[in-house]
Design a protein around this ligand. Sequence first.
Ligand code: LLP
Length: 386
Amino acid sequence: MLSRQLGKKLLEFETPFYLYDIALLRQTLESVAYESQRYGYKVHYAVKANYDDRLLAIIREYGIGIDCASGNELRKAIEAGFEPKGIVYAGVGKRDKELRYAISQDILAINCESVEELEVVNELAREAGRKVDIGLRINPDIDPKTNHCIDTGQADSKFGISYEEVLENAERIKSLENLNIVGVHLHIGSQIRELHVFENMCNKVNVIVRNLDSLGFSINFVDLGGGLGINYDMPENEPIPNFASFFAIVRNHLDIGDREVHFEFGRAIVGECGELITKVLFNKTTATGRRLVIVDASMTELIRPALYGSYHNIENITSEDAAEVKYTIVGTACESTDVFDENIGLRRTRRGDLLAIKSAGAYGMSMASRYNLHDIPSAVYSDDLL
Ligand code: LLP
């Protein structure tokens, strides 16, 4: 783990900051590029996971496309030099302004999530004098066996069009003359560790594509979304997700002929390469005996524990004290849920020590806020250090 290797050298930087292990990012990209190319699969990076410019420039070197979720994410991708024909754009609520921009950029597909959205895109495309490539984001009703806060493909979810609705409105959808319905898109959730879930997903996609074929659609590609999880419990044991097993499952269960297959990974690409480095401000014990370590980061730099109860492994990277003590790690924000972890074992921790909050490369920086007028955290990159 990079922060442990660097230890006290990191004391010279103003905390809190994100530390990025660029070598690990590159190894991860090599792995995803190699394993996907074996089957001719196309990979997009879900830029919502982390839109850091330096990371994006590196990701682009590996021939990976982009999945975006807003007009600003799309603009970021275009400005970072990604080819429009490698960009997909999903989102349950796209504003007209965002849709007009996406239409003007001629991207691979706007993944539409309601029949009403399809009608609006058709109208905006007509106004622009264009025909637009569209993916139907279908809600496949699959339980991804993950934290309920981050599942997206169950029947009552706000995401995607229900499969039944697509079937009922098939003729209407086909008649929208400024749209080319070229793709089927789904994304069933995030941080999925039980790979058999992806088998179920492939089986559903096979049925969906077959039925759309028989209804007269011309589907050229399926986009299976992201969701591959990482090992938050023991990141050192698995710094790079097992892309080989994941793609092999898809290879063995997807049966859609020679159509293109796309993926949109966020966490699996950047999750493990980032750590949040924070300094201990104070120690105190509550009247109830809770031993608190108060650090200078908070939910404004990393909201996942406060928002979803998510676990991140934490380590004291500067203490030389062998004794382990149980602490509760809390942040500076004026919120009682601003707790990074409860009652965890750390080397004896004193004011000025640095803690590394691991596996924070995805949905850390990109979800930072300015609550309490905190500064947005800065970044330190390993290739500037080593
Ligand atoms: N494609 C779509 C349409 C998505 O909505 C997402 C994530 C992805 C791809 C990338 O998923 P990934 O490969 O990263 O699992 N903030 C939450 C995660 C929210 C995920 C939102 N959508 C967290 O910190 O766990």
